[in-house]
Design a protein around this ligand. Structure first.
Ligand code: PLP
Length: 368
């Protein structure tokens, strides 16, 4: 069956804001402002204000944000960094690529790193923790910051999936030494290609990232301050992202409405676990609406056959990929959820008819 409901629909999203995007495109192109120009600086200022940090530094990707943050924290050979067993592989790859060792820790029912297990994994080599705020819901930063303080560990937040999420009113990406962001097209703030950023309150981290993204160069003096990388956010992408950022608060509201519609229709199905949690301290932004279906692939394949695009990230946990040579210390929750996860369509472009169709098909699976 042809696709009836897309997981996300970037073309339709573009049409919603076409006039603004087209005007920005014309402005940037006619001025020829392509690298390190005003739109980038304006976007950085607005991202920092949105997250509640002093600085934001635009980069090429979420991976670059993690990599540069680890370097800024001087994490390297011999160091261990705690990361969740259930996350996108880039979280761990960034650690490996600074020659440190990722130590994997299992997650809890909310898909986020389990603070109790973090403490058990700390050794005399542990230098940092990378909590990942997965799917739009924050890890328990109150407990994690307390653990980090007690053991003198650096915290780098992988907030790639959680722009706008809060705990006690404080935004994701404003708790640790650095917050790392991805503007990959499927993200809650998605560009038209790759993009990312670091948010931080630390002027040294901001300065380090600003230099390292431009091959180590201080753009004012021309002095090289180290061997760096080419990984700054393009001015054109920054201009587009800045427009989308203005829409984000309303788009987050829309995501919450969609999540409530799913909940109202599907909460009574015993074999389906929905991503609604009872912690009043934390506000979800529903980057992804990930359900756990006891029927695993039978469920996701049924939806696909009915023309609904769903993602099953990650059926095979990243530490089970042999080439990555990561230590599998046994992660029961990650194992259990991996065979059950299914992300339903969640985007601000979805129509009410499409949403009703997804709900009807999920219900029909359980009524068979
Ligand atoms: C949790 C998480 N970490 C890191 C990344 C890496 O971001 P990027 O794809 O922009 O490099 C992503 C996104 O893909 C992500 O979802």
């Amino acid at each position: 069956m042809p696709c009836k409901v897309h997981f996300v629909n970037p073309g339709r999203n573009y049409l919603m804001i076409k006039d603004e995007i087209d005007a920005a495109y014309l402005e940037v192109m006619t001025r020829g402002d392509l690298i390190d120009r005003d739109h980038l600086r304006r976007f950085e200022k607005n991202v920092a204000a949105f997250v509640g940090t002093k600085y934001a530094v635009g980069l090429n990707s979420g991976y670059d944000a993690l990599h540069i943050s680890l370097r800024a924290a001087k994490i390297g050979p011999g160091d261990e960094v705690i990361v969740p067993a259930h996350t996108f592989v880039a979280t761990a790859s960034a650690v490996v690529n600074v020659a440190a060792k990722p130590v994997l820790v299992d997650v809890g029912k909310d898909f986020n790193i389990d603070p109790d297990k973090v403490e058990e994994a700390i050794t005399e080599r542990t230098r940092g923790i990378i909590p990942v705020h997965l799917n739009g819901y924050m890890a328990d930063m109150i407990r994690l910051m307390e653990i980090a303080e007690r053991y003198d560990l650096v915290v780098i937040e992988d907030a790639c999936q959680s722009l706008g999420a809060t705990m006690n009113g404080k935004k994701a990406g404003s708790w640790g030494l650095a917050g790392c962001w991805s503007f990959y097209p499927f993200k809650i703030l998605g560009g038209y290609g790759d993009g990312g950023a670091i948010t931080t309150n630390d002027p040294d981290v901001a300065l380090f990232a600003t230099r390292m993204r431009y091959n180590g160069e201080d753009r004012e003096t021309g002095e090289y301050h180290g061997h760096g990388f080419t990984c700054l956010l393009d001015n054109l992408q920054a201009a587009f992202l800045d427009i989308k950022l203005r829409h984000l608060p309303l788009w987050i509201e829309r995501r919450r409405e969609i999540a409530e519609s799913y909940k109202a229709a599907l909460a009574d199905i015993p074999d389906l676990m929905l991503p609604h949690y009872s912690d009043p301290q934390r506000e979800h932004v529903y980057q992804n609406y990930v359900v756990r279906a006891r029927q695993g692939d039978d469920f996701s394949e049924y939806l696909k056959k009915k023309g609904i695009e769903v993602l099953t990230q990650f059926r095979k946990p990243y530490y089970k990929h042999e080439a990555l040579k990561l230590e599998d210390r046994g992660f029961p929750e990650t194992e259990a959820l991996s065979s059950e996860v299914c992300s339903l369509p969640m985007n601000v472009e979805i129509t009410e008819e499409e949403l009703d169709y997804v709900i009807e098909i999920v219900q029909s699976f359980y009524e068979r």
